[in-house]
Design a protein around this ligand. Structure first.
Ligand code: GTP
Ligand code: MG
Length: 233
């Protein structure tokens, strides 16, 4: 049999992506922007939670906010953010199931030098692929909604392992989903990721939103993000 040359493309792609992500993270930090990547399966409540976070941050006096809305198709979510009075850029991946650094950079350029205290990325609705790609965020969180079931922690472990926080969304459904085993979820999630913060929230009732925003502000304060940004060429 002839020799077969195996080319390890995946490692190279991920390594190039990570390097670009590190540079982007540094530039945003110098510009005073804390960048949060929000990942979850389709319909877990990413856009609804974003709107709740935006409302709470604004109520606390933080108004310089931006959102990159990634979707396979459509501008539905980007328009919802715009309607909430927040700068948003639609990142249409045309069928690609995750966001890579090149895409983030392009989307960010569309803000044309606007400065944000917080920039959010609503990643593609997908519990698998986005976990592998560093998007240059200072923090990554994932959402798991109550209707999806707690057992996703066993089926999709990589994402639980890479995030800083797990946000259990749609807690108002807990009384209707008595089989949602919160203790088992917490135990397995922490076995995968001992530093994981866990929040239980409902964008509907407002439960847990304040705690999440306080954590977010704490992450920004503790990060390398400049509190008094300098001009970067
Ligand atoms: N009951 C309840 N419904 C919620 C909550 N959060 C979101 N929803 C509903 O769940 C559905 C999906 O919410 P979205 O915020 O669009 O979810 P998403 O993750 O952004 O969805 P994609 O962008 O399509 O992946 C909508 O009908 C929301 O109104 C919540 O806390 N409680
Ligand atoms: Mg959405």
């Amino acid at each position: 049999m002839e020799d077969v040359r195996v080319i390890e493309v995946k490692q190279e792609v991920l390594s190039d992506n990570s390097k670009a992500a590190d540079s982007f993270r540094t530039v945003l930090a110098q510009r005073g922007t804390f960048f949060l990547d929000i990942m979850a399966s389709p319909g877990a409540g990413k856009t609804t939670l974003l709107l709740a976070l935006i409302a709470r941050l604004k109520a606390r006096g933080v108004t310089d906010l931006g959102v990159i809305e990634a979707d396979l198709e459509s501008d539905v979510d980007a328009l919802k953010i715009k309607e909430a009075g927040v700068a948003s850029v639609e990142l249409n991946t045309r069928g690609i199931c995750h966001v890579e650094m090149g895409m983030v950079k392009k989307a960010y350029e569309a803000f044309a030098d606007r400065r944000f205290a917080y920039l959010f990325l609503e990643n593609i609705g997908n519990l698998v692929c986005p976990a592998e790609f560093d998007t240059g965020a200072h923090s990554r969180i994932m959402l798991l909604s109550v209707p999806e079931g707690y057992d996703k922690v066993y089926k999709y472990p990589p994402m639980f392992a890479v995030v800083d926080a797990l946000v259990v969304t749609k807690s108002d459904y807990l009384s209707m989903n008595p089989d949602f085993d919160m203790d088992a979820l917490r135990k397995q999630a922490r076995a995968l990721n001992s530093d994981l913060q866990i929040f239980v929230v409902s964008a509907r009732t407002g439960e847990g939103i304040d705690e999440l925003v306080t954590w977010l502000e704490g992450r920004r304060d503790a990060s390398e993000v400049e509190k008094t940004p300098v001009e970067v060429s």
